[in-house]
Design a protein. Structure first.
Length: 123
């Protein structure tokens, strides 16, 4: 997680949290935000493909208690777009949750342009 000197966490991308349970959404969304990601949620009864296209997530977290047909369709849509899935059992500690997210994704890197070193000239 990249922290700035002022303690602010750099945004690492979006994580889609799919659940019909408000408590699950709130708790996981808070852990997602604390890990430096932006939590996003399916809107109402939108189709899973719309949720994935609208939010452009790096990871999708599904509540296994959600209606199975919607979860299966969401998994299909996200997998087709090469979005990472991870199944975990809650409760999970905040540190374990952050470590799991870190392990799933490579760190975001800033583009750095550097000149190639040149060999010293000999006369």
């Amino acid at each position: 997680m990249d922290r700035h000197e002022d303690g602010r966490v750099e945004n690492r991308g979006t994580i889609l949290v799919a659940s019909t349970n408000g408590l699950f959404r709130d708790d996981v969304g808070r852990m997602v935000a604390d890990s430096g990601f932006t939590p996003a949620y399916p809107a109402g009864f939108e189709s899973p493909w719309v949720s994935v296209m609208r939010t452009q997530p790096r990871i999708v977290i599904c509540d296994c208690d959600a209606p199975i047909q919607r979860v299966q369709r969401l998994i299909f849509e996200a997998s087709a777009r090469r979005v990472v899935f991870k199944w975990l059992t809650l409760p999970v500690s905040h540190d374990a949750f952050c470590s799991m997210l870190d392990a799933l994704l490579p760190p975001l890197t800033r583009a750095v342009h550097r000149g190639m070193p040149t060999a010293p000239r000999t006369l």
